[in-house]
Write a protein that binds this ligand. Sequence first.
Ligand SMILES: *Cc1c(COP(=O)(O)O)cnc(C)c1O
Length: 414
Amino acid sequence: MTATLTAAELDSADPLARLRDAFHLPGELYLVGNSLGALPKSAPNYVATEFERWATLGVEGHFTGELAWKDYHALVSDQLARLVGAGRDEVVAMNGLTVNLHLLLISFYRPTPKRHKILIEAHAFPSDHFAAESQIRQRGFDPAQSLVTLAPRPGEETLRVDDMLATIAELGDELALVMLPGVQYYTGQVMPMATLTAAGHDVGAVVGFDLAHAVGNIELDLHDWNVDFAAWCSYKYLNSGPGGVAGAYVHRRHVTDQTLPKLLGWWGTNPSTRFEMATDFDAIDTVESWQLSNAPVLAMATLRASLDLFDEAGGIEALRSKSERQIEFFDRRLDEVIGDRVSNITPRALEERGCQFALQVTAGDGKRVFDALEAARVLCDWREPDVIRVAPVPLYNSFSDIERFVQILDGIVQ
Ligand SMILES: *Cc1c(COP(=O)(O)O)cnc(C)c1O
């Protein structure tokens, strides 16, 4: 359908085009929502409301009204649940991403002398690698033996599903846990999460995903895919702002399992008796029992602003549907205008990619091209060794943004 239409035609037919005005978009072109989502214009109002409540209610703000701070984290639970395909009892907004990975690894990585291996990718985001490595050491195991990494075949950029499945099967009863990304941060490859989860479960392993680049980008169905646990940050596609409050998911079959090891804090205990200050832990019967501290309300206010815009857009299904048309348009214009001067290492099939493109400059001077884009105030990002990441985000990027990017790139890559 997009096969011959121009960017202007596609924009005027786009029912979500008006949402662009709900965001501040810095630079000439903002195409880096994969790294830091744009600021919703409404966000300062959400924060101002909490300042106002603080100024007028003081400590009583914890208990007063619909925005009572003691329950503030739960205001986003339904919205997060819809984004990741889970029940509201399976998701919680808390902490930072890496903190949540650690808290979940405490619960789900239970190595034994026989079954002690964690499978991650060779090109994992360093924080994920460090989390897995340090958890292995923490339990008295040796990362040299227990940390197994999956790499693409020589000369290839993305992981083959068959290779991932073969590795899982091979590790068999030595494999304790699989921790992979939902969407790979460098290549933009979408992992087949349901298939990987089933394969991990077949050999008796626990399977979790880092959804930093997946949440708010692609459709997710964590509960039905049977995923054991997941965590994500919210400052990328969820636009909560730098250092925004992350999220965690635990499958319902685990949330009430009191045999799981867990680090405890007072925000994980029954809220109806919490303030009696007793020291017998009465776990909340949802994933909220993983909470440690009371919620950072000011930071969560910006997340609420953004999640309300996801709702206004009609949810992730509507956004992904627009995103797929944008991906096809971007592919087409790169083919037509740029040709083989640039290649995209992101898989071509829609079900294997989100909105991020990972462009390599054929002449090998990618960094120069990136610097020229920066000089033109085109905001995208450079990832060593040689990729320019560009992400048209359906919530606020237009088809015309994509067209202008291609035109500017054409002027640079000669
Ligand atoms: C962005 C990102 C992180 C960042 O971790 P924080 O704890 O939010 O600082 C970690 N892992 C992946 C895969 C990411 O994409």
